[in-house]
Design a binder for this molecule. Sequence first.
Ligand code: EPU
Length: 292
Amino acid sequence: MNWWHDFADQIEPDAPLGSLTWFKLGGRARWLFRPADADALATLFVRARDHGVPVKVLGGGANVLVRDGGFDGLVVRLDGEAFRTIDGPCGALRVGAGVDLMPLSRQCSDKGFTGLECMAGIPGSVGGAVKMNAGGRFGDFGSSVCEVEVLDERGLLATWARDRVGFGYRRSELGERIIVSALIELREDDPARAKERYDEYFEYKRRSQPMADNSAGCIFKNPPGASAGALIDRAGLKGTRCGGATVSTRHANFIIADRGAVASDVLRVVDMVRDGVRRAFNTELEMEIDVW
Ligand code: EPU
């Protein structure tokens, strides 16, 4: 019997991952696990570890590039009911890791609760947004988070207060721990004003970014005091292409994947951009997205 036999109804072996990511490319997972609840998650997580099986969590797939060879391990996807709950009044919401970020931020703003408008148009899941402190020029998700419920290395649920989570620019101290839910605190505002801000931020994003194309959003972090997009643009790298991957001509920090593109095309363009920016500005760009 294999190590996951009693979870066969929640596991898909040799599962394609491309369709679960915004790039729409990349290889397969040896196992894709959609746990029914936190108990199933904890049990199989510990078992995988005991069998030496590497584990990764796939959130909304908005910030991940899966290599063409895929991932030889267990990919966890928290998209079941148990991980998509939203409890409590808008001022203090307990939100599951699998909750979709875009409808959440839209609904909170519509109801006049302020804090998540800065996430307008930013795709992903709550778990992913916590882990990497998603955000942009108008703010970040971590600023609204009070505490995070995580599955720790031993497979036990633990609550981390915001100070311990250590939110920074597109980062947290959560490492490989699995985020189960977050408690977020929003302030009450005039609904018309909160909605107006949301619409304004969304419009900024729509105007300046290639939202309709397959991409993982911004590829590189902004170096201290500079904008990665502006540097790539000024280095004349917009439109740089390899196979089916191209540097967006609209926002230079986006790489667009055409139909038929493979992950190695994207990685080749990443190298070309880094080389170009290093040559032009002697600046090292650090990737923002996760490469599996
Ligand atoms: N710029 C250019 N050329 C370009 C792109 C940008 O000159 O091709 C200039 C802009 O004109 C602006 C400056 O660079 O003066 C900064 O650009 P922008 O306002 O678009 O912000 P950004 O720093 O590139 C950040 C986040 C985005 C987020 C936006 C808006 C990072 C790495 N990126 O972009 O997040 O949507 O602010 O809030 O922090 C993401 O994380 O995936 C992402 C897209």
